[in-house]
Ligand binder design. Structure first.
Ligand SMILES: *Cc1c(COP(=O)(O)O)cnc(C)c1O
Length: 356
């Protein structure tokens, strides 16, 4: 027997490239092109005069931040669970809620971290195919017998397609015997949130993040909102794993960010506007894409290879995301950056297309 026989072996999630070059247009991990609110800088300056606070452990519940999130969404602080990015929150959810008999269901084309967590935690799962227009079919998630749970992003990634909340309500209503998690990482870019459904369905949990619409991927903040009972179970598991995950600067700066709603709405609005313009340009260049509701577009050209487009853009120092997987190999997922960045993408595509 070697020690290696006792290792937990997993195939890890592969995140988008984080390039070292500085002069690159980085549109591959759906970060926000705008800086955090000026209120965050103000809070950072105040924190700088209180470095003594770093001697102490932070609040275990990230209380000021959880309270600010609760206030923003009309929930009580007991309904909010805060974690180190929504990846941390989602991992804790998998560990907490998906222990029952039956399978965990999620789409075949979706956030590729879900199968990784399911494998890590030994949760049996089924990848439910999207229809040929990349839609999540409601009926595929109904009358499925005993399930461990259901999870999908809305809008879905990497398709950018949103599912109407009324259809998600049918899934929540039809599955009272398991937890249904809606991963709303992209909901603020003109999507429709499932938060109003929480009052009616105690098996529903909504997860959101500061990494995309709240322009703070570097700070690592995510949160779940659900019933106090559900959040209580989540905290029990989290406190059985690592109590102090949220550091003080994240709590302080995150609180400042979520309190500045005007800035948040303005930057989201700008991205939606840029997306509309960029989609018009993509159509003009012959690209096809599902109607986007996130801060990215999932586009393919009917006559050009996705791989060739990806490589040529990379040569021009524009990084987008592509997966060499069945059904989506010809697609590029392009994050919406500033107007200037997207003009550069259009110019690059105009130069590339005739030559490939
Ligand atoms: C980006 C993303 C997340 C995780 O983001 P964090 O940075 O960990 O908050 C979760 N779900 C989806 C669908 C995402 O695209």
């Amino acid at each position: 027997m070697s020690w290696e026989d006792k290792v937990r072996r997993v195939v890890p999630y592969v995140a988008g490239e984080q390039p070292k070059e500085r002069d690159i247009i980085k549109l591959n991990t759906n970060e926000n092109p705008y800086p955090p609110s000026p209120q965050v800088l103000q809070a950072a300056k105040e924190l700088e005069t209180q470095m003594d606070r770093l001697r102490l452990y932070p609040d275990m519940n990230a209380a000021p931040l959880a309270e600010a999130i609760a206030q923003r969404y009309g929930a009580s602080p007991e309904q909010v669970f805060v974690g180190v990015g929504s990846d941390d929150v989602l991992a804790m959810c998998f560990l907490t809620f998906f222990t029952g008999g039956g399978k965990l269901l999620f789409p075949d084309i979706t956030y590729s971290f879900y199968p990784v967590w399911a494998q890590l935690f030994n949760i049996p799962y089924e990848e439910v195919p999207l229809d040929d227009q990349f839609r999540i079919r409601t009926e595929d998630y109904l009358n499925r017998g005993e399930l461990a749970g259901i999870i999908f992003p809305n809008p879905n990634a990497p398709t950018s397609l949103a599912k109407p909340v009324a259809e998600i309500e049918q899934i929540a209503a039809g599955n009272p015997g398991c937890v249904v998690i809606i991963d709303e990482a992209y909901v603020d870019f003109a999507g429709e949130s499932c938060l109003p459904l929480l009052a009616k369905y105690d098996n529903l949990l909504v997860v959101q993040t500061f990494s995309k619409s709240r322009t703070m991927a570097g700070l690592r903040i995510g949160y779940a909102i659900g019933s106090a009972k559900m959040i209580g179970y989540l905290k029990d598991v989290k406190f059985s794993f690592n109590s102090y995950t949220m550091n003080l600067p994240s709590i302080v700066l995150g609180t400042a960010q979520i309190r500045d709603d005007a800035y948040f709405l303005e930057t989201c609005g700008r991205i939606v506007k840029t997306r509309t313009w960029f989609c018009g340009e993509l159509s003009r260049l012959g690209f096809e894409y599902p109607e986007p509701s996130a801060n990215f577009v999932f586009a393919k050209h009917p006559e050009k290879s996705g791989e060739a487009l990806f490589k040529k853009l990379r040569e021009k120092k524009i990084i987008v995301r592509r997966w060499s997987r069945p059904r989506i190999g010809e697609y590029l997922r392009i994050t919406i950056g500033t107007d200037e960045q997207m003009r550069a993408v259009v110019k690059a595509l105009e130069e590339i297309l005739p030559g490939i």
